[in-house]
Design a protein around this ligand. Structure first.
Ligand code: PEP
Length: 246
């Protein structure tokens, strides 16, 4: 199965015009673009290959909840994906595992494809990988039964810091998460052009979730060049294999 390149724009860019321009640069197969909801409808008109997603929803479908948006609203503007449980939402908006569970249920009911973010803070990771696994396992308990999703393992200390995880360690965590959930697992945390293949080339890791670098045009170009290179290498590898087996 092809690897997923998920892009999380966070609170960027500043204008709809810039958003449309950035979306065109990222409009590639295998990309899931998590843009600010206000731009989704406009971006949907511009993109043909990338899938679109929202960065947040409320768990209710309608009613007196000023400022919120629902899963069905997201779908109605042409987006199919939702990001749930991002560490910035947990940190700045107080989202607990209970809130995450409600959002997962609402998203699944509306038929959105879900990426659930989990990951430990440095205070836990510095005690060792086993402690980090226990932390992540607790977060995964918020996944309601019968909700199918993709998990993004994003160690909090690696997000936006320029210090990505050691690929071997995130691959081990990926295996651990797969053992609990059976889900596909992405890695996220300071992925850029320079290090993306260290994660994508790990067979256990099913893709990446990229924040800061996804709104930096120079980085974005580097990222797609690297992805293309790795794709060609694997195509050649498969061709060689078929020739050998013939
Ligand atoms: C993210 O926002 O999910 C993320 C991984 O950010 P960054 O790539 O900037 O670390």
């Amino acid at each position: 199965m092809a690897k997923i390149i998920a892009l999380n724009w966070k609170l960027n860019p500043a204008t709809e015009k810039e958003a449309r321009r950035l979306a065109l640069l990222s409009d590639k197969k295998g990309v899931v673009l998590f843009a600010p909801s206000i731009f989704l409808g406009s971006i949907a008109e511009k993109t043909t290959k990338a899938a679109l997603g929202a960065q947040n929803i409320f768990w209710e479908q309608r009613g007196a909840f000023t400022g919120e948006i629902s899963a069905s609203m997201v779908k109605s503007v042409g987006a199919e994906w939702i990001l749930v449980g991002h560490s910035e939402r947990r940190k700045y908006f107080g989202e607990t595992d209970e809130v995450v569970a409600k959002k997962l249920e609402a998203a699944a009911r509306a038929g959105l494809k879900i990426i659930l973010c989990v990951g430990e803070p440095w205070s836990i990771r510095k005690k060792g990988v086993e402690e980090a696994k226990k932390f992540v396992a607790r977060q995964l308990k918020s996944v309601p039964r019968n909700v199918s999703l993709i998990v993004a393992y994003e160690p909090v200390w690696a997000i936006g810091t320029g210090k990505s995880d050691v690929p071997e360690e995130s691959a081990a965590m990926t295996k651990f998460i797969k053992g609990i959930t059976g889900a596909r697992v992405l890695y996220g945390g300071s992925v850029q052009g320079e290090n993306i293949l260290r994660f994508l080339d790990r067979q256990e890791i099913d893709g990446v979730l990229i924040g800061g670098a996804s709104v930096n045009k120079t980085e974005l170009k580097k990222i797609f060049n690297q992805v293309q290179r790795s794709h060609l290498t694997s195509q050649n590898r498969n061709r060689e294999l078929r020739r050998f087996q013939a």
